[in-house]
Design a protein around this ligand. Structure first.
Ligand code: SAM
Length: 280
């Protein structure tokens, strides 16, 4: 029996189901159930919530989410070898765990969840950033999720919470901070995982704001920011010349200097620029 539930410890689960970690699937498992329960607690009060988990693997975080009281967990896992272990968890928590097998980038798990919805995951590194950008850029706001509690490589976590002027500041910081409150809530050394990855990790918690901090069209803002940071060290007027033929005028209309560099421009400045570009 484990510390948090009546199921076997994760090392036993992995051994009995032959779940040797596969690098191609970004598999670095968390085997300490006290730690997975602690990560689940960072997601906030789960009692009345459905939780979407991507990549449950052998189910360490899944068990944390369930033992911390999630109303329901919908877990999407690509590796079919993990399904028997996950089914044992579903049996221990009747009616509270739905397992979907497939690629999280292709499945639409939303058909299986009811609001309020929180997302929690120790993401596979290869798909983590892509999923985050999708969750941050839906056509409508507020999004389907109330909060995202996600494990990333430390370097990616720092890009999400970065402030203007820092080396990590860029597209991820702007997309995340425009419509969400983002903070790093836990740092984990490589040894917390089996097998240990090469780099440290961190858990980021993002809560969706009811409305964006500054008005802007999401698509225009995305385009402006992508162009601005694509050529980081260039002056804005050079980096953005493909965005509008009279970009210099638009920069001035937005209160920016054409000679500014993207890494020094605060979120508010990019939103003003997106509005000036959209007015064109
Ligand atoms: N949540 C488990 C834990 O914390 O121990 C496993 C985390 S491991 C870093 C990432 C998991 O995501 C693996 O189980 C892997 O098989 C799964 N995975 C990888 N790519 C996926 C994808 N595209 N869709 C769904 N699951 C995926």
């Amino acid at each position: 029996m484990s510390a948090i539930d009546s199921l076997p410890p994760l090392r036993e689960v992995i051994a009995s189901h032959g779940l040797s970690a596969r690098k191609s699937l970004g598999q670095n498992f968390l085997l300490d159930l006290n730690l997975t329960a602690k990560i689940a607690r960072q997601a906030g009060d789960l009692a009345g919530c459905d939780v979407l988990e991507i990549g449950p693997g052998p189910g360490g975080l899944t068990r944390g989410l369930l033992s911390e009281g999630a109303r329901r967990v919908v877990a999407v896992e690509k590796d079919s070898r993990c399904l028997p272990a996950l089914q044992e968890i579903a049996a221990a928590y009747p009616g509270r765990l739905e397992i979907l097998q497939g690629d999280a980038l292709e499945l639409d798990p939303l058909q299986h969840l009811a609001p309020p919805i929180r997302v929690a995951a120790n993401l596979p590194y290869n798909v983590g950033t892509e999923l985050l950008v999708r969750w941050l850029t839906p056509p409508e706001w507020p999004p389907f999720w109330q909060s995202l509690t996600l494990m990333f490589q430390r370097e990616v976590a720092e890009r999400i919470v970065a402030a203007p002027g820092s080396k990590a500041y860029g597209r991820l910081a702007i997309l995340a901070q425009w419509r969400a409150e983002a903070r790093i809530v836990l740092s984990l050394p490589p040894e917390a995982f089996t097998p240990p990855p090469k780099v440290s990790s961190a858990v980021v918690h993002l809560s969706a704001l009811p409305a964006p901090r500054y008005p802007a069209d999401a698509q225009v803002l995305s385009r402006v920011v992508a162009a601005a940071f694509n050529q980081r060290r260039k002056m804005l007027r050079a980096a953005l010349k493909g965005v509008a033929p009279d970009i210099e005028d638009r920069l001035i209309a937005a209160g920016l200097k054409p000679t500014d560099r993207a890494e020094t421009v605060p979120l508010e400045g990019f939103c003003a620029l997106a509005r000036a570009v959209a007015q064109g």
